[in-house]
Design a protein around this ligand. Structure first.
Ligand SMILES: *Cc1c(COP(=O)(O)O)cnc(C)c1O
Length: 235
């Protein structure tokens, strides 16, 4: 077994243990492998070990990798900030976008989604902890934005995404994730047909699953450490 396939196995075991601890069926939680900064061959190794969903932060880098891996049946998630001048690339190349936090970006993604492709699956990014990244809509605005995004013809609204600041320990991590879960439930109660709560990374996936995450985005624990200069999660 390669390092990546070993690592993947260990991450799957962490997810299974967290689900068991939270009394949740393991099929409620999707593993997204975050391959940002890693070469296409690393993605090929993960695919050989059974992983099909991959996340990229940097749109240009992601589009290049997607092109080089066209021969594999992969699902690509954009998990980085989306500026207006990048919406066309995201709409044309990705299957999912987790980081929609303004109506204008959502409208452009919908208008630019090519006709031949299924709707772009989207999550609304919520600034759940008022954190330093400043990406994400204020939780108080999330319902209104979700209602508008749900109307856009070429998008399929799937849920919410959060990227909180690192918290000190499990209890603090879980408290923040629980706020996101409460907001997610609020939107569902308001009638939105959503099923995805994208939260939890290498350091806090157990707390995220305990709080109700349905999709964890894991990079370091699968592919190893990234060079720090170009790889801050907020970049
Ligand atoms: C880099 C990144 C991840 C993965 O982080 P790890 O700590 O390496 O697991 C998840 N989500 C987002 C938005 C990221 O930028």
């Amino acid at each position: 077994m390669t390092t990546i396939s070993n690592n993947l196995q260990r991450v799957r075991e962490r997810i299974e243990a967290a689900c068991a601890g939270a009394n949740r069926p393991v099929n409620e939680v999707t593993l997204l492998a975050v391959s940002k900064t890693f070469v296409p061959d690393a993605v090929r190794e993960a695919f050989a070990a059974g992983q099909t969903a991959f996340g990229e932060n940097y749109i240009q880098e992601g589009v290049e990798k997607i092109g080089l891996l066209r021969d594999l049946p992969l699902q690509w998630h954009c998990i980085g900030p989306i500026q207006s001048n990048k919406t066309r690339l995201v709409a044309a190349h990705f299957d999912w976008a987790h980081t929609v936090d303004r109506l204008k970006i959502a409208q452009r993604l919908s208008e630019q989604r090519p006709e031949g492709l299924p709707p772009l699956q989207v999550c609304i990014q919520v600034n759940i902890d008022g954190g330093g990244t400043k990406s994400g809509v204020d939780p108080k605005e999330a319902l209104a934005l979700a209602r508008e995004v749900a109307q856009l013809p070429r998008l399929a609204l799937r849920g919410l995404m959060t990227l909180p600041e690192p918290a000190a320990d499990f209890a603090a991590q879980k408290a923040v994730h629980a706020r996101a879960r409460a907001l997610f439930d609020e939107l569902k109660a308001a009638g939105l047909a959503i099923d995805t709560l994208s939260m939890g990374m290498t350091a806090d996936l157990e707390a995220a699953i305990a709080a109700g995450s349905t999709l964890v985005r894991v990079g370091t624990a699968i592919f190893g450490g990234r060079a720090t200069s170009s790889a801050s999660p907020a970049a």
